[in-house]
Write a protein that binds this ligand. Structure first.
Ligand code: ADP
Length: 624
């Protein structure tokens, strides 16, 4: 076997190319995975935030409603004090302080569950209060600077959140003017604690806070957030608070809420850093990290309520989905690549097979041609042998004719000349046959009456047939027509008949049968002999090029075609070209049967439309 030598660069070429392809594909795959990851993250985060926003909204509505209800409960409370005669007498100065009024306010305070109830005169001095008997009682205190007093003294309802100046207790102050005959004579105040409400918030899933009009957190589910500020506070404002003691001089540190991204008019992504004092709250919800802050104003106050829903879970889920999308897309990408590679490989293979088939076909064409030449070689040997005889006869006949002429025996001379003419015709027919056989025809198929090629083939081998003494029987009706090329079919038949003659060499009872039949849309031509047949070891290799069981003819004396082993291979190729098949088998009575199967054809109705090559051979004239 020949070893194919490859130069080193050529050997490494495919590997290098593959590496280069992988080098290009890997970043593409990574890019695809990254893109899928980003899209997966964005979509998942968007969906998560939308769901979070929805629940946040519900919470906000619920908490705001409960807070508003709590405040509304006390809205008309201070005004009802104006219905008390004792109260009006006291604030107008018509009667001195009756201790009974203090006790009345104390009881009222207990019943109502408020922090304190007190009455001020027109100047803002506390005249009666529910906490009269406590050491830090408001009695006598001047609260004219408190905004709730200022508001009520001006005839309006006062609403104020503040830290008590005496006990430092935070509360909501509701104030009302006390009127008599349309004139404002004093102010009644109720201080309400919202702590209970605040405590109920500490068990919910998301932190809630309420900021007053100054941006100061006054209620929060996280205690340490209380009295922090949502927005930075300038010095004048801070001084003002110190002056009014609204927050009782608390430091008012910033809550540390950083706005990240506004996703709706009332919703914003924020980040909350640890409380400034560093103490972590014990709560059922996270108090630091990313939140979705949703804010709504509270009716009847200048306050806003904010619900902070933790977004860590949404982000975590988005990361997981992004990773899944990235891995999934990379996997799909790899599958796609493998499929593309496989397809390319298959196409490559197909192209190679096509190329190989083309080459083989070309080689086969060459073989067919070579086979013809081989047959010509054999034929010419035979022909030389055949022609020598008539040539010798011609020589004798012409010599005799000259003598007849000299003797004046014109009849005998004429007879000789006629025999000479016959001989020359016969020889001319042989040579023209040879010419047509050697012509390399592409052999475009057309309807052919198979009887012609059968007769031509037998004619070409007539000398051999005659010498072998083989009895030939032909059964081929004129109307049996196949789609083929007559010259090439003739070449096949010559091969088959010659093989049969080889097989019958030395037999005295040799018999050769050729028949042609139309069977449906096929035509079958059978060449059968009564020779030794095809042995089992020969059958599978019959059509193999160069397979032969014959010895090469050593000299011209041997009748056999002299084993090239090409005859059947070439013949099978020719028949295949016509869309047919050549098969070999053993006949029922021994001997070989070769069958040429061809597509049937209809003969043209015009009898003159006969193609060149159909009439290669007129019937051979009788020998002298
Ligand atoms: P070749 O005639 O040059 O040997 P072929 O391809 O024509 O090549 O034939 C191949 C072989 O098939 C022959 O060598 C012979 O053994 C066998 N063979 C062909 N025709 C016959 C036949 N009619 N009877 C017996 N054997 C045959």
């Amino acid at each position: 076997m020949m070893r194919r030598s490859l130069s080193l660069p050529a050997f490494f070429m495919p590997a290098a190319r593959r590496l280069r392809t992988i080098g290009l594909l890997l970043p593409a795959l990574a890019g695809l995975a990254l893109l899928a990851g980003v899209v997966g993250f964005r979509v998942s985060e968007g969906m998560g935030l939308a769901a979070l926003q929805e629940t946040g909204h519900h919470r906000l509505d619920l908490y705001a409603e409960s807070l508003e209800r709590e405040i509304d409960k006390y809205a008309y409370f201070p005004a009802t004090l104006g219905l008390e005669r004792d109260v009006l007498d006291l604030v107008t100065g018509r009667a001195p302080l009756a201790w009974g009024l203090n006790r009345y306010l104390e009881r009222l305070n207990e019943r109502a569950g408020t922090l304190s109830i007190y009455v001020l005169n027109r100047q803002g001095r506390v005249l009666a209060t529910s906490n009269w008997n406590r050491p830090d009682s408001f009695i006598g205190e001047d609260l004219s600077y408190r905004p709730y007093f200022v508001e009520a003294a001006a005839g309006r309802q006062g609403r104020f959140f503040g830290v008590g100046t005496t006990r430092g207790e935070a509360g909501y102050y509701l104030s009302s003017p006390l009127t008599e005959d349309g004139a404002i004579v004093g102010v009644a105040v109720v201080k309400v604690s919202l702590e209970q409400l605040e405590q109920s918030w500490s068990t919910v899933e998301a932190p809630v806070l309420v900021a007053d009009e100054n941006g100061v957190v006054i209620l929060a589910s996280v205690p340490s957030w209380k009295f922090t500020t949502l927005r930075p506070m300038d010095e004048p404002t801070r001084r003002h608070f110190d002056l009014t003691l609204q927050y009782n001089a608390r430091p008012l540190q910033a809550l540390g809420l950083t706005a990240l991204d506004r996703i709706a008019a009332d919703a914003e992504l924020v980040r909350l850093s640890r409380p400034a004092d560093g103490q972590l709250e014990e709560a059922v919800f996270p108090v630091t990290g990313g939140f979705l802050a949703q804010t709504a104003p509270l009716h009847g106050t200048g306050w806003t309520m904010t619900v902070l829903s933790p977004v860590d879970q949404v982000t975590g889920m988005a990361w997981t989905r992004a990773a899944l999308a990235a891995v999934g897309s990379a996997f799909l990408g790899i599958l796609l690549l493998m499929w593309v590679q496989r397809r390319r490989h298959l196409l490559d293979l197909e192209r190679k097979v096509e190329e190989r088939t083309r080459n083989l076909r070309a080689a086969q064409d060459e073989l067919v041609h070579a086979g013809k030449l081989a047959v010509i070689g054999q034929l010419s040997a035979g022909l030389a042998h055949e022609l020598n005889q008539p040539l010798a006869a011609l020589r004798t006949l012409s010599g005799n004719t000259v003598k007849f002429l000299q003797r004046g025996n014109l009849d005998a001379a004429q007879g000789n000349l006629e025999r000479i003419a016959h001989l020359v015709d016969a020889m001319g027919a042989l040579t023209s046959q040879l010419k047509s056989f050697a012509r390399k025809s592409s052999g475009a198929p057309r309807p052919v009456a198979v009887r012609r090629p059968i007769d031509n083939a037998l004619f070409l081998l007539e000398q051999r047939l005659r010498r072998s003494g083989v009895a030939v029987q032909v059964d081929a009706p004129e109307d049996v027509a196949a789609l083929c090329n007559p010259n090439r079919l003739e070449q096949v038949l010559v091969n088959l008949v010659a093989n049969a003659l080889d097989a019958l060499t030395g037999r005295t009872d040799g018999r050769l049968t050729l028949n042609a039949r139309t069977e449906g849309d096929r035509v079958c031509i059978r060449v059968a002999d009564n020779g030794p047949g095809l042995p089992a070891e020969v059958l599978p290799r019959l059509f193999e090029p160069f397979f032969t069981t014959k010895e090469a003819a050593k000299d011209g004396s041997k009748e056999g075609s002299g084993g090239l082993g090409l005859g059947l291979a070439i013949s099978a190729g020719i028949v295949r070209d016509f869309g047919g098949a050549l098969t070999g088998a053993n006949g029922p009575d021994g001997g070989a049967v070769f069958t040429i199967d061809l597509p049937a054809a209809a003969l043209p109705t015009d009898p003159t439309a006969v193609q060149a090559g159909d009439l290669l051979c007129p019937t051979l004239p009788p020998s002298p």
